[in-house]
Ligand binder design. Structure first.
Ligand code: NAP
Length: 378
């Protein structure tokens, strides 16, 4: 394994104190090395977990189709297969834990959960906060009603994401009644996010100038750092933490102002924020999530924003206390933002430039800001 000291510290969240290297090892690997199987592991959140597992001395096996970032983690064992009908290579093997980051379709999660039930000690399933039936309430805890599948004949995960995940969760509990860890993350942000949701705000703020800030500075938001999520996953395996947990920042901790100003604190850019009313943005078809990643206005607080339908004032105010009680900790936003900016700037430049999938293009942001200033007469 070839981690530098800096990478090791970044991967484990251990503060950069002058600790003798012989002591690190003990501090980093409190349990005996475990054999951990990933179903997935090479996209966005998987690598955060794989890196921490390796840094903690565990033995990692990656099972996936070998398509996504196949060059990652040469030190891990790699098993190639498709979880949809092609699990054969897992037969006859055993692991201390499986981390399933790629389960979206109930049938395939049933296949893996069933196949591994006798050969794996613990099943960690990455579900989603979208499992809940409604976000109209503030402080949703893990016992709130879940989304229900209305069409039993479909396997379209893009249409039934939350309902499918809820079924997958039930399956995992069925096969691993007292040895499952199910996590329901909210927005996950971190370095190496391939769809650029994580990088929009840090990179926009790092570019400097007048930044369009959406809604009200006091609106709540919730994010979970992929690093913190990974740390809790590893902890749950090492300590045998069973249960279902919302994985979000602490309830009510972060407002949009804290989020944006917190990111600004790690850049030297000259930035000023212009906060724009959510209804005015809606009327100009500036979309939450796609144009303004992570932002989802608390719809109940806005009068005329029909396009913001899927929100609900509880959306960014989910109760994360059960996970915190079980040992989930959060590193400072500054660390998250700095990691994202550093990784983004290190990405190779392609001749045609990077295609931005999410977030406002600079010209469009300028146009919206101009129109807003005209509107308010500024
Ligand atoms: N991003 C968010 O804000 C957010 C929020 C809540 C929950 N989540 C959850 O987080 C997870 C997403 O994580 P990620 O995509 O970053 O995970 P990941 O484990 O880093 O990447 C996905 C992995 O799945 C593998 N894979 C895909 N289809 C496969 C198949 N049919 N058979 C075997 N392997 C397959 C991919 O490799 P190959 O392509 O090589 O097979 C890749 O290794 C999902 O469960 C999602 O619901 C995300």
């Amino acid at each position: 394994m070839s981690l530098t000291r800096r990478e090791l510290l970044a991967a484990t969240g251990v503060a950069a104190l002058p600790v003798p290297s012989s002591l690190w090892r003990r501090a980093l690997a409190p349990s005996a090395p475990l054999r951990i199987l990933f179903i997935g592991g090479t996209g966005f959140i998987g690598p955060h977990m794989v890196r921490q597992a390796l840094a903690r001395g565990h033995k990692v096996t990656l099972f996936n189709r070998g398509r996504t970032n196949p060059g990652l983690f040469p030190e891990a064992e790699k098993l190639v297969g498709d979880r949809d009908g092609g699990l054969g290579v897992l037969k006859g093997r055993s692991w201390d834990a499986v981390i399933d980051t790629s389960g979206y379709i109930p049938r395939t999660v049933r296949d893996s959960a069933q196949l591994l039930a006798k050969s794996v000690q613990r099943y960690v399933f990455i579900s989603t906060g979208d499992v809940y039936a409604s976000f109209s309430k503030v402080g949703i805890d893990e016992d709130e009603p879940l989304d229900v599948l209305t069409d039993p004949n479909t396997e379209d995960a893009s249409k039934h994401y939350g309902a499918f995940k809820a079924i997958c969760e039930r399956t995992v509990r069925e096969f691993y009644p007292d040895r499952h860890t199910i996590l329901r993350p909210g927005w996950i942000i971190g370095a190496n996010d391939y769809n650029d949701i994580s990088s929009y705000w840090p990179m926009r703020i790092d570019r400097g100038g007048e930044v369009l800030a959406p809604g009200n500075p006091a609106d709540p938001t919730q994010i979970i750092d992929a690093h913190d999520l990974a740390r809790f996953v590893l902890k749950s395996i090492e300590e045998g933490i069973t249960g279902t947990f919302n994985a979000v920042g602490p309830e009510g901790r972060l407002t949009w102002a804290e989020f944006l100003y917190g990111i600004r604190a790690v850049t030297s850019a000259d930035v000023r924020f212009t906060w724009i009313d959510a209804d005015w943005l809606a009327a100009r078809k500036v979309m939450p999530w796609t144009d303004l990643p992570i932002w989802w206005p608390p719809r109940d607080d806005y009068q005329q924003a029909p396009m913001f339908e899927p929100g609900g004032k509880g959306f960014a105010q989910v109760d994360g206390r059960r996970a915190v009680k079980a040992g989930m900790v959060f590193r400072p936003l500054a660390d998250t933002a700095r990691d994202i900016i550093t990784e983004y700037k290190a990405r190779p430049k392609t001749p045609e430039g990077r295609r931005q999938i999410f977030g406002l293009a600079p010209e469009r942001e300028k146009e919206i800001l101009r129109a807003w200033h005209q509107h308010i007469g500024g």
